[in-house]
Design a protein around this ligand. Structure first.
Ligand SMILES: [Zn+2]
Length: 347
């Protein structure tokens, strides 16, 4: 199923974006025994792109398993009383398979999740993050490696500017992947089918990021360290894109959906809370880790300082990205609004 999916996306990109650039995108499966994806660059920014994306088989297996178990968890309703108390005023579905069979529902969620991972890597490639990272000493090569650090224990301990560049390019790849997935949902679905798949996309995005995070408490980070942002911060940056981007997209005209901004806030809140609780159950953790659930990105301790680093480094490297990026589509490029900047820098 995933092989078909990737060969379709890959050939469609090779017939459009990469053809226009006289380049080529390839895809292959990796055999390492953990959840991992990566992007390889075999060209210089001045030449036509020769890019490839790799994902391990294990990623597909683990993600599908998580999705099946999460469906069962929602149907069993074991934490439903907690959700009813915590998420008062939010409509709590009894099942994830509303319009479709259980099997189809799992498959669709899987396709959404794998596509997001693929597009995350594609975002790194199309914006040539490998070259940018090499320039700022984040990595000796132009390849970009993404993996769940708690599975491998191999995260490079980057610090200073190199770490900030690595973090912000991760945020940029997340941004690209999320907006591209939302665009693709709008292109292919309408009405109730769109609403249902949007809920699944929000849930699978949370499943992936909670898998990266694990059942640990939130560890505040004021100054970027390492290669990747804290997964819970990635969740807090990507989920709001769903209602920010779609509430500006005139859904009733474009996809015959009557979802309001508030409905979409509820969908993303429900998805991230239920996946968080699910992940704790999966890991037999019955005591709530501190600051474990989604909160406003500036409400966490030290987040203002962290995001100031992100905005400053993005403003510094974005002009360089603009000179090497392979496509120009501002809607998929990480941006911080004036209002957000004002909040961050007001003191
Ligand atoms: Zn990445």
């Amino acid at each position: 199923m995933a092989s078909d999916l990737f060969s379709k996306i890959q050939s469609s990109l090779n017939m459009t974006t990469y053809k226009n650039l006289s380049g080529e995108l390839s895809f292959y499966w990796g055999t390492k025994d953990y959840f991992s994806a990566w992007a390889e660059v075999h060209s210089t920014p001045q030449d036509p792109p020769k890019h490839s994306i790799g994902i391990t088989y294990r990623t597909a297996i683990l993600l599908y398993r998580d999705i099946e178990k999460y469906h069962k968890y929602i149907e069993d309703g074991i934490d439903k009383p907690t959700f009813e108390k915590l998420l008062e005023g939010i409509d709590i579905p009894k099942s994830l398979a509303i319009e479709s069979s259980l099997e189809n529902s799992c498959k669709n969620m899987f396709v959404s999740g794998m596509t997001w991972i693929f597009f995350h890597e594609l975002g790194h490639l199309l914006q040539e993050h490998g070259w940018i990272r090499q320039r700022y000493d984040c990595s000796p090569s132009t390849d970009v490696i993404d993996c769940a650090s708690q599975d491998t224990g191999s995260e490079t301990l980057l610090t200073g500017k190199a770490s900030a560049v690595s973090h912000v390019t991760e945020m940029a790849a997340d941004f690209f992947a999320t907006i591209t997935c939302l665009g693709s949902l709008m292109l292919h679905l309408k009405g109730l089918a769109f609403n249902e798949e949007l809920g699944k996309f929000s849930a699978v995005l949370s499943l992936v990021l909670y898998r990266f995070h694990g059942p640990r408490p939130y560890n505040p980070m004021e100054v970027p360290t390492g290669t990747h942002p804290v997964p819970l911060n990635r969740l807090e940056q990507t989920q709001p894109l769903i209602f920010e981007y779609l509430s500006a997209a005139n859904l009733s005209n474009t996809v015959e959906s009557e979802l309001t901004r508030l409905d979409m806030i509820h969908i993303t809140t429900w998805a991230s809370y239920t996946t968080g609780f699910f992940w704790l159950r999966e890991n037999n953790t019955f005591k709530l880790p501190e600051n474990y659930f989604l909160s406003g990105s500036l409400q966490r301790p030290s987040m203002t300082a962290y995001h100031r680093h992100m905005v400053n480094i993005w403003d510094e490297i974005k002009p360089e990205i603009d000179t090497v990026k392979r496509i120009s589509d501002p809607s998929t490029e990480l941006q911080f609004s004036d209002q957000y900047r004002e909040l961050l820098f007001k003191n």
